[in-house]
Design a protein around this ligand. Structure first.
Ligand SMILES: Nc1ncnc2c1ncn2[C@@H]1O[C@H](COP(=O)(O)OP(=O)(O)O)[C@@H](O)[C@H]1O
Ligand SMILES: [Mg+2]
Length: 302
């Protein structure tokens, strides 16, 4: 019987989210017939994996280390097949400025913007509001600040000592309209989900609080927009060199008719009610079948 390690938790700010994903992945893995061991990843992950004597790693980590190529590199060194994207694709997708450059190169529409020093962002409006300030390498909407039209001044908190998201920060024009997300499973874009929330935007609470957001699947869109979103997610996945399951986030400005890609998540949320599992179910792949597919797809690239 294939012995699978579900690695989860870790020490990024997305630890609580990862523990939930990990527990659900483990449950589904057992349901799919695997011998599953759950590992709360520490700095001694290599020792933990060695002690568990596993054949495959099912990666349930989110955020820095688990999603940015570091853990992937460790698994390459250990020669252990693992799920999701490899080292380079994980690192590129985690860095929003690097992935923006790649999206632009393959003709995907991105929001106007770029990196600025945090002292500069705090001192003056670096672009005409509305705009969005966000860490270049975080997830779960951590550190995202929306500067509205008519805002009094620039976001001064970016210069404060407590800012934990680096010296260079991404600033993007705010794209009005609707929030869309598209999962990809191998070479297949699954479905388009529209996310609505009563909160100001799709922030951490909207993502994880009970009732914080609604998922509309399939999104009620003109056919050509649905097709464009499916194509764009697959194009982003391929341009970054991703593997396994990914999920790309978009804004659709219905007035301007613009579909703007925000980011590609190489380790998307994995509870049965998360966006990708919901989309897989929508096309007839239930959660244990999705987890089985991920495990069978696991590899070491070198
Ligand atoms: N340029 C933008 N225009 C409008 N909303 C944005 C923009 N960038 C981010 N947002 C909002 O912030 C959320 C989080 O941003 P995102 O780029 O997906 O980062 P992450 O999910 O990794 O924190 C988005 O889902 C969206 O609601
Ligand atoms: Mg996102």
């Amino acid at each position: 019987m294939t012995r699978v390690a579900v690695i989860m938790g870790g020490w990024s700010s997305e630890r609580p989210v990862s523990l939930v994903s990990g527990r659900e992945l483990a449950r589904a893995g057992r349901e799919a017939g695997y011998d599953v061991v759950e590992i709360d990843a520490g700095r001694d992950l290599a020792d933990q994996l060695k002690a568990a004597a596993v054949d495959v790693v099912l990666n349930g980590l989110h955020g820095p280390f688990g999603e940015d190529g570091c853990v992937q590199g460790l698994l390459e060194v250990m020669g252990l097949p693992y799920t999701h994207s490899g080292v380079l694709a994980s690192a590129l997708a985690m860095d929003k400025q690097k992935s923006r450059a790649i999206y632009a190169q393959v003709g995907l529409d991105i929001a106007e913007g770029g990196l600025f020093a945090r002292s500069e962002i705090a001192a003056r409006h670096v672009m005409e509001p509305p705009y969005v300030v966000k860490p270049v390498a975080e997830g779960s909407s951590f550190g995202v600040i929306i500067v509205r039209e008519g805002a009094n001044g620039p976001p001064r908190e970016v210069a404060e000592a407590g800012w934990a998201f680096g010296e260079r920060v991404l600033v993007e024009k705010f794209i009005p309209g609707r929030e869309l997300t598209v999962g990809v499973m191998g070479d297949r874009a699954l479905a388009v989900t529209e996310i609505t929330t009563l909160r100001e935007y799709y922030d951490y609470a909207a993502k994880y609080d009970h009732g914080g957001s609604r998922h509309i699947i399939p999104a009620d869109l003109p056919d050509e927009i649905t097709t464009a979103a499916l194509d764009a997610a697959l194009k982003a996945h391929q341009a970054l060199g991703c593997r396994g399951v990914t999920r790309s986030d978009f804004r659709f400005d219905d007035e301007a008719g613009r579909l703007v890609i925000l980011e590609t998540n190489t380790q998307p949320g994995m509870t049965p009610t998360s966006l990708v599992p919901e989309q897989a179910a929508h096309v007839g792949v239930d959660f244990p079948a999705l987890v089985r597919w991920m495990i069978e797809d696991a590899s070491c690239q070198r």
